[in-house]
Design a protein around this ligand. Sequence first.
Ligand SMILES: NC(=O)c1ccc[n+]([C@@H]2O[C@H](COP(=O)([O-])OP(=O)(O)OC[C@H]3O[C@@H](n4cnc5c(N)ncnc54)[C@H](OP(=O)(O)O)[C@@H]3O)[C@@H](O)[C@H]2O)c1
Length: 360
Amino acid sequence: MSTQRKTLVLGGTVYLSQAIAKHAVARGHHVTVASRGSSGEPPEGVEFVRLDRSTGEGLDALRGKEFDAVFDVARLPALIGPVLDALADNAGHWSFVSTISVYKHFDVVSDELHEPTAADSTDPALEVYGASKIACENLVRERLGDKALITRPGLIVGPGDRNDRLGYWPLRFAEGGEVLVPGPKERPVQWIDVDDYAAWLLDAAEAQVSGTMDAIGAPLGFGAFLDGIADALIEHGVLTERPNLTWTPQEFLLEQGVNPWAGPDSFGMWVPTPDYDGHQSRPTDQAVAAGFRASPLGDTVKRWWDANAGAPRLKAGLSRKKEGEVLAAWHDEPVDADLAELDAKRAFAVPKPETPAYDG
Ligand SMILES: NC(=O)c1ccc[n+]([C@@H]2O[C@H](COP(=O)([O-])OP(=O)(O)OC[C@H]3O[C@@H](n4cnc5c(N)ncnc54)[C@H](OP(=O)(O)O)[C@@H]3O)[C@@H](O)[C@H]2O)c1
């Protein structure tokens, strides 16, 4: 009798859900990937079921099938109920990927949640992203009970990232010259590596881990974070020497129109302190107790560099022109006239004003 694990990934055509499917294939599971196939390609070695959850088209191909583990990354509650009806009774374990955006407060570490949206909500607005995820979580928890694992990730970084909020820093360091960076150095920053996360979710499903917990690595100071990126690039042969960093206070940067987190004229992964200190200091103990292990930052940076640096899709970053203007204001010097030329020669583009600032 075959003991091959049967794994279903709802999604599987991009980033995290694709990484879960790839890792499951590498572990020898029989992997089914179910989605529209419009965001990307299902990984090699999976059985692909074309499914549109917004219409239910394709769901009959899965209905009543047995899976040892199901993984879901949906964002809209209305997409959850029909797949639970079709699959929950025959699932050994159900892993739902939520978000730390479910929490109401970002300035302090608090577990107070937003009010959930309606269980049949189809509202994709960013303003209700956290509330929608809570409604999704509730549906999964109610139906699966102690077979449900709900994890709430912060920023997911690594190979296949479609937003590359981490990516601005290694790419900018690789360009050389004076690099504008945001103080204070001790401001916390957190992330989870996409491959660490995928591997852990598969381990947790095999171990029948249940409950609800944050999914994030331990916080690091922003200074140590940027030092770690520089060290990794030197080890990886991308840089020969440490970048020339000019640390500037956040109040000055905000006055100069530098935006936090993502989007045009922003620094990736930078959020103001103390307003977001809770957002960037989420507890890691539950995830670690449940088997999560974070890769060293340097390994994450090198994997990101190899996979994404050739064709980054940045949703954060400063143009050289903007950076030069802010540096000139900081030093109280005239702006270098050649800055626009540097942008023209740049191997990557930072977001333009029409770029959506958020994903995840
Ligand atoms: N990125 C971050 O930093 C971050 C941070 C916190 C939380 N998160 C959460 O982490 C998860 C990331 O998941 P992900 O990386 O796999 O990206 P994603 O963009 O959430 O992926 C969505 C997947 O669902 C599929 N899908 C979307 N609409 C569908 C429909 N109507 N019917 C069937 N399938 C549909 C997509 O495939 P098709 O389009 O091919 O159908 C795709 O494979 C999400 O739950 C997100 O909320 C992300």
